[in-house]
Structure formats: structure tokens, C-alpha cells
Write a protein that binds this ligand. Structure first.
Ligand SMILES: O=P(O)(O)OC[C@H]1O[C@](O)(CO)[C@@H](O)[C@@H]1O
Length: 387
């Protein structure tokens, strides 16, 4: 099938649409949550008020000229300056919002608020939830399964861990409790198992998405990869900045290790992961690319080389999927292989569906007959692989 290079980018300018609501309702709610969580001084509160106004009805403006990344954002903003946030690509507008938020709270400026994760209270609350103990015990049991079942169980946990991130829960509190569909809308797990067969070694890049409930199963997956010789080395890619509310940073990784270690059942898993970090079989990376408005078609050379050197890159979550396939109105039957052709090396996507973009699902129209929520509410997932 020929890929239509002209598939239009997803925008947010249809009032009432999903993307419009993210900009118009979710972003202001995120600002309110951040403002309520910290005793910020007047100048930060004023900056947050201004951002709330801009997020609802503003136009794209340059970042402050003294921002450390002003030159990059000047380049990325050039096509959109002066345009409504709703008329620029949705992917771009969201990234711009989170960058502006960090600016508003003084994340990069010298002073007492520098480097403070605005989403830390929610992340901490999620990890402190005693209900998580049952999940940890379940993750710990994966290592006791027969070897051929371990990968299936770990991939399943890592996939569905993506279902209810903290940003989604803000506007959809039910997302956490809704049962997920037992079928996947695309399932290339046979190819995944082949690439990750025991004893095949090599490097796997695991591009993580959210902290807490998602990163914990991702760590169980790392353990399965290393323990069964499915990989000699895993690079775990995290965000360099707090972004998209629950995106996992290095600090979140440490918090997850701590949580695993504190529970009797999962303490051995924490021990194995710490050992792997200590001897270099597990390496952490925080490429700046993950906090830009760019797609994987615009990968910087260094990161592309890392992916090329790996036998497989596993990309987690909805946002990475949008960066990977391009956040466009593709016909859903467009082959995954076609839109990921330019990716350097083999790539697998583990994603629950929380936004409109979708490829590699020829029966999407039939599913749409029952309404389109399945594309948005995290109940459906996919495993797609391109070798
Ligand atoms: O955490 P994930 O799986 O990347 O999902 C985040 C998703 O939430 C949104 O920000 C809003 O729904 C999407 O645009 C984004 O793709």
C-alpha cells in the first residue's frame, strides 16, 4: 500500500473534539493542579495565570530570549508564530504547552524553584498507594513462570501499564478502573518473541513512557530481557524533564526501585535491577529529543545511532507512538511498516490507544461502528513490530 505523504496533521481546532478538549480543558486543569500543589510566589502564580489564558485562547509566541533552549524553540516555532494553539499540529501544541509550563514555574531559573518536578505530588501519591502492593507481587511472580511464559507476561504488564497515565486520569477518572479489552487491535507478538528469543543477546533500547504504574512493569520487562539472555544489555530511555504529567524521569526510576525494594515480594527484582545498573547491563539514557515537538522522522544523529546499534527499540505509550508514526490522520489500514520505514533499526510499539492516530489496523472502521471511544479511552492496545 502506498503511504499518503499528504495525510494531514492532527490539529485541535474543532470545538468539542478530543484534541480541542485536551487544549481547552485538560491543560488549564493541569495548571490548576500544579498551582494548588505548591506555595508558589506571586510572580510564578502570575506566569501560570498567563499560561492558562494563552492555553485557552492565545497564540504561539517565542520562548523568552534568555531561555537555555531559546534557539531550538525559535527554530521549531518559526512556522507557527502568531498562530492560535488550536491551528498548529496537536503534537506540537502539547509539547509547547509543557515547555511553557516549565518556564512558568521557574524550572530552569536560578532560585528555590529550580528543578522542582511540578508533578511530583501526584507521582508520589501513586507510588505510595498500598493497592500497588498487589501489582508488585504480581510483577515479582513473573520471574517464577516457565521461561517461555515470562516474556508474554512482562509484555502484557508493560503494555497495559500504559493505560491510565496521570494526565489521562485528570479528565477521565474512570480510565484507571475501566476493564481493558482482551483482544489487541494489532498483535505482532510472534515477531517480538522471535527477535527476543532466549539466548539471542544484543542490545534492546526500551523507550519508557510514564512513571509509577507503567515504569514498574517496564522494569519487570527489563529483568526478563536480561535474565533470560534475550538481551545482553538494555538501554532504558527516560525523559530528561518532567513532561506530560507522569512521564518518567531518572528520579522516578529511583523512586520505583525504592518502592520495589521496600516490598518483600519484589525486593529480589529490585536487587537484580540494581546489580544490572551497577555492572552496566542496564544503562539509563535521557536524550533531550523526548522533550521536543519533533517526531522520530527528525531524530538527532546520536540517538539514531543508538537505535541503529540495538537489535530492537521498544517504544512505549501513546505519545511515543504519535512521534513514531507521525501524528496524522492516516487511514487506519496504512501499514505500520510503511510509516516506520525511516526508523533506524527494528522497532516495536507497545501502546494503549489514547489519541486519534492509528495505523496497521485494517478492521478499524468495523470497530468504529460501535463508537470511537475505543481509540481514545485506553481500553484497547496494540503490539506492532517492524524488523
Ligand atoms: O502517556 P502516553 O501513553 O504517552 O499518553 C499521553 C497521551 O495523553 C495525551 O497527552 C492527551 O490525551 C495524548 O495526547 C498523549 O498521546
Amino acid at each position: 500500500m502506498q503511504v499518503d505523504p499528504g495525510a494531514p496533521p492532527i490539529l485541535s481546532n474543532v470545538p468539542g473534539s478530543f484534541t480541542w478538549k485536551v487544549l481547552h480543558e485538560r491543560h488549564p486543569a493541569i495548571i490548576d493542579q500544579v498551582a494548588a500543589a505548591f506555595p508558589y510566589p506571586p510572580h510564578i502564580r502570575a506566569a501560570l495565570d498567563r499560561l492558562r489564558r494563552d492555553a485557552v485562547s492565545g497564540v504561539v509566541e517565542p520562548l523568552p530570549a534568555d531561555a537555555h533552549d531559546a534557539a531550538d524553540w525559535t527554530r521549531w516555532s518559526a512556522p507557527y508564530l502568531g498562530m492560535s494553539w488550536y491551528d498548529v499540529p496537536f503534537l506540537w501544541a502539547e509539547n509547547y504547552f509543557y515547555r511553557r509550563l516549565l518556564d512558568a514555574i521557574g524550572y530552569f531559573r536560578p532560585g528555590p524553584w529550580r528543578g522542582l518536578d511540578p508533578f511530583e505530588p501526584q507521582k508520589n501519591a501513586e507510588l505510595a498507594d498500598p493497592a500497588l502492593d498487589a501489582d508488585l507481587a504480581g510483577l515479582a511472580r513473573i520471574a517464577d513462570l516457565p521461561p517461555d511464559e515470562q516474556l508474554t507476561a512482562a509484555v502484557d504488564a508493560a503494555l497495559w501499564g500504559n493505560r491510565a497515565d496521570l494526565a489521562t486520569r485528570l479528565s477521565d477518572p474512570e480510565a484507571e478502573h475501566r476493564k481493558h479489552a482482551s483482544d489487541l487491535v494489532a498483535d505482532d507478538s510472534a515477531a517480538l518473541h522471535e527477535i527476543l528469543a532466549p539466548g539471542t543477546g544484543g542490545t534492546v533500547c526500551l523507550v519508557a513512557d510514564n512513571a509509577g504504574r507503567e515504569l514498574l512493569p517496564d522494569l519487570a520487562l527489563v529483568d526478563v530481557l536480561l535474565h533470560g539472555g534475550r538481551a545482553d544489555r538494555v538501554e532504558l530511555h527516560l525523559k530528561p524533564l518532567p513532561y506530560f504529567v507522569s512521564d518518567a524521569t531518572g528520579r522516578d526510576l529511583l523512586a520505583c526501585l525504592h518502592r520495589l525494594a521496600a516490598h518483600e515480594a519484589s525486593a529480589p527484582l529490585a536487587g537484580r535491577l540494581r546489580a544490572a545498573l551497577g555492572d552496566g547491563r542496564l544503562e539509563l539514557a535521557v536524550p533531550g529529543f523526548y522533550c521536543t515537538p519533533l517526531t522520530y522522522a527528525e531524530l538527532p544523529g546520536g540517538l539514531a545511532a543508538r537505535f541503529r546499534a540495538a537489535k530492537l527499540t521498544v517504544v512505549k505509550g501513546d505519545l511515543h507512538y504519535r512521534r513514531l508514526v507521525g501524528d496524522r490522520h492516516w487511514p487506519a489500514a496504512t501499514p505500520f511498516e510503511a510509516v516506520t520505514e525511516g526508523f533506524p533499526g527494528a522497532v516495536a510499539a507497545l501502546r494503549t490507544l489514547k489519541s486519534e492516530v492509528l495505523v496497521g489496523v485494517p478492521d478499524a472502521a468495523a470497530r468504529d461502528a460501535a463508537g470511537e471511544q475505543w481509540r481514545l479511552n485506553g481500553t484497547h492496545g496494540l503490539i506492532q513490530v517492524r524488523r
